[in-house]
Design a protein around this ligand. Structure first.
Ligand code: C2E
Ligand code: CA
Ligand code: CA
Length: 684
């Protein structure tokens, strides 16, 4: 690529270094100031004098409460969906200021914070910063209280009275505000996010919680003069508030997380994308979709499907680079937000997809899960979260269609793909609304001149585009999995219509097309059997058409599926025969019933010697193997004549009748049974 991206990358590197040095300057300044204040307060406090004026019980109570409050923070879920902690030491530290002086208050806070830092194994710098920012905020709070109330800052042992509570609360507000701002600046400097959204981010939770904490602090200071017991009465409401807050946090967590895998959900992904984009650096988005996950669910059951999804989540988390977040969007779709630009996103996608190379051990089974990924990155493919989502989705779709593992968004496949995505969305609603229809094309026994079967062909009339051809929407349905409900729709309609015609005395078969994907769907035979039961379809009356490519994409499974279908009385036809590479003897071993010779061979049979010889020998061999032979694409009388001479061949094509809607089938069935194979051409 040209000069611009590289120089902007260099600029990004420079600005990252600048941010890092700004952060360390800031940390040093805060730590130095905090240390200074701590030393000043410690030196100025007359500890021996103080101790004698203390009401020991209440002071010990408040110190213990401060430590417990620091170690048992209230959990809440931030606006970005992360689980955050809010310590509840503030009210007790605040109450200690008038009761025992700023020296004791600060000491209690520093001890509590140090215990927490050690327990959480925080780095020395972090621990020093925590202590320093507490020194600054407690110092500022005490200063405000003293100047408003006249109570000495270093401790008088006097209990606070009602008029002074306002001053104490003002001190508390300043204490908490200083703490909030000092910490927000660190978050801003280390994440690169501007300060104001961080400060505004959780302002509501922050205000409500601190209002409660300050009130508690005021009451604690007021009642401390009366001894430990009135103070102890404060415990139940504080504990209750703690429990309510935790419950609320759990609910908030559930709203932004997926219950099955514990990963963030779609809502959370949008927050995360906005947050990452707001930080201004490059952001990558990798969408991941498992291949044929439906098959696992259908064949192994949903509980196993759930175990697989959980393992997939774990693998993705393990494979995701530092700083990335993994989300489950629902079903078998996952999304990973990756810090950095396009290259980082692509590397991450490789690692994420690579994590599926080892089979998953599930209940003694070794399952190989495969997945595709679509990659889009900011700023290359958009600067907004929804644009990135759309483009990563297009890339994923591209990966699926092209059978690539990983596809990175490129503007070239945008317009084309968007159109197809739109068509796919329309097809999805058409399938769910059962707006597809079925037309029937007759298959005629040339010797008897009778219609012996009908082929069901699906039709879709799009509200804007009019008729969309199956050749256009069947591939879409196949790649999206919509082919399963679509086929059920066609089967159900075709067998319902067949029921009517058979009841009227027409002893005909119904042929329905399957797609390659059906042959690896072990659940198919049961679905078909159920639909046949619904319409009381007799054995031998339903023919399912499959292609050679369908069989070869997974021969072992196809064999299982075909056997089960035949076991249920379904006949199997090989469609478009001659366009693949299967030998007749191989197909024969699969136990099929019918061969449909492709129209590319049939249409010239009347005129070209070469084709006639090939087609003739094929047909003769098939007939000798006891297969039924249907010649497709019979468009004129000469072809029909040539086929008739071969004997025993069934013909299908415009010459014998185009596909027509169900209402027109009866008249044809009746016309044909009155002795004429020459059916009029209808609409397709
Ligand atoms: P196919 O199974 O080979 O179906 C025969 C196609 O040839 C039909 O096109 C039919 O209208 C057309 N045709 C019939 N007679 C003649 C003729 O004399 N000359 C020529 N040139 N063509 C003729 P259609 O309905 O557009 O279907 C196209 C393909 O779409 C089908 O090919 C089949 O593969 C697929 N398809 C159609 N309906 C379904 C369905 O319900 N499920 C699945 N999975 N695939 C379907
Ligand atoms: Ca067919
Ligand atoms: Ca065909």
């Amino acid at each position: 690529m040209g000069l611009t991206p590289r120089s902007s990358e260099a600029a990004r590197g420079r600005s990252a270094r600048r941010a890092a040095s700004r952060l360390s300057i800031y940390l040093s300044v805060v730590i130095a100031l905090g240390a200074g204040i701590t030393v000043a307060i410690a030196v100025a406090t007359d500890w021996s004098e103080l101790a004698s004026s203390w009401a020991l019980g209440p002071v010990v109570f408040l110190v213990v409460a401060a430590v417990v409050g620091e170690l048992r923070p209230v959990r809440f879920v931030s606006s970005t969906g992360e689980l955050r902690m809010l310590t509840t030491s503030a009210p007790f530290v605040l109450a200690l200021i008038p009761v025992a002086g700023v020296g004791v208050a600060l000491a209690a806070q520093l001890v509590a914070s140090a215990i927490d830092d050690i327990r959480s194994r925080r780095s020395v710098v972090k621990a020093l910063f925590n202590s320093a920012q507490y020194a600054l905020s407690v110092g500022a709070g005490a200063l405000v209280f003293t100047s408003l109330s006249g109570v000495p800052m270093l401790g008088s042992g006097v209990a606070i009275d009602a008029p002074r509570i306002a001053a104490l609360l003002a001190g508390g507000v300043v204490m908490i505000a200083v703490n909030w701002v000092l910490v927000a600046i660190v978050v801003s400097l280390s994440s690169g996010m501007p300060l104001s959204p961080i400060l505004r981010g959780d302002i509501r939770v922050f205000l409500v919680t601190n209002l409660v904490l300050l009130s508690v602090g005021g009451i604690a200071a007021d009642v401390a003069a009366d001894g430990v017991w009135p103070l102890a009465l404060l415990a139940p409401p504080v504990i209750a508030a703690h429990i309510f807050a935790s419950t609320a946090a759990r609910h908030a967590w559930e709203a932004t997380h997926d219950g099955l895998t514990g990963l963030g959900n779609r809502t959370q992904l949008h927050h995360e994308l906005d947050r990452a984009l707001g930080a201004g650096a490059g952001v990558g988005l990798v969408l991941i979709d498992l291949d044929h996950f439906k098959d696992f669910n259908d064949t192994l059951g949903h509980p196993v499907g759930d175990v697989i999804l959980r393992q997939v989540g774990e693998r993705l988390v393990d494979a995701a680079p530092e700083g990335a977040t993994v989300h489950r969007l629902g079903g078998d779709e996952f999304a990973v937000v990756v810090p950095g630009g396009l290259d980082a996103a692509h590397d991450a996608a490789m690692a994420l997809i690579g994590s599926f190379e080892q089979p998953m051990g599930i209940e003694k089974l070794e399952l190989l899960v495969r997945a595709s990924a679509g990659v889009a990155a900011a700023p290359d493919h958009g600067e907004r979260g929804d644009t990135l989502m759309k483009n990563a989705d297009i890339a994923l779709y591209h990966a699926k269609v092209e059978r690539d593992r990983i596809s990175t968004f490129s503007p070239e496949f945008d317009i084309n793909t968007l159109e197809r995505l739109q068509l796919l969305a329309d097809l999805r609603s058409a399938v769910h609304a059962k707006e597809l229809t079925v037309v029937y094309q007759p298959q005629v026994d040339l010797v008897a001149g009778e219609i012996v079967a009908l082929e069901a062909l699906v039709r879709w009339t799009h509200s804007d585009r009019g008729q969309v051809l199956p050749d256009e929407f069947i591939p879409l349905a196949e790649n999206s999995g919509l082919i399963f409900p679509l086929t059920e729709l066609v089967l159900d309609q075709a067998l319902a219509d067949l029921r009517v015609w058979r009841d009227a005395g027409h002893d005909i078969r119904m042929s329905v097309n399957l797609s390659a994907r059906h042959l690896s769907d072990l659940g198919l035979p049961q679905v078909v059997a159920e639909i046949m039961r619904r319409h009381a379809t007799p054995a031998g009356a339903l023919v399912l058409e499959v292609t050679e490519t369908g069989i070869f994409s997974d021969p072992a499974r196809a064999d299982l599926v075909l056997r089960a279908l035949r076991g249920n009385g379904v006949e199997i036809a090989i469609d478009d025969y001659g366009t693949g590479n299967a030998s007749l003897s191989y197909l024969r071993r699969l136990k099929i019933d019918e061969l449909k010779v492709d129209r590319s061979f049939v249409s010239n049979i009347g005129s070209e010697d070469h084709d006639r010889i090939i087609v003739r020998s094929t047909i003769e061999l098939a007939l000798a193997l006891d297969l039924r032979v249907v010649a497709e694409g019979v468009e004129d009388a000469d072809t029909a004549q040539a086929l008739q001479e071969l004997g025993g061949v069934i013909a299908q094509g415009y010459h014998l009748g185009a596909p027509v809607p169900a209402e027109q089938v009866v008249s044809r069935l009746e016309g044909a049974s009155h002795g004429s194979a020459r059916l009029t051409r209808g609409q397709g």
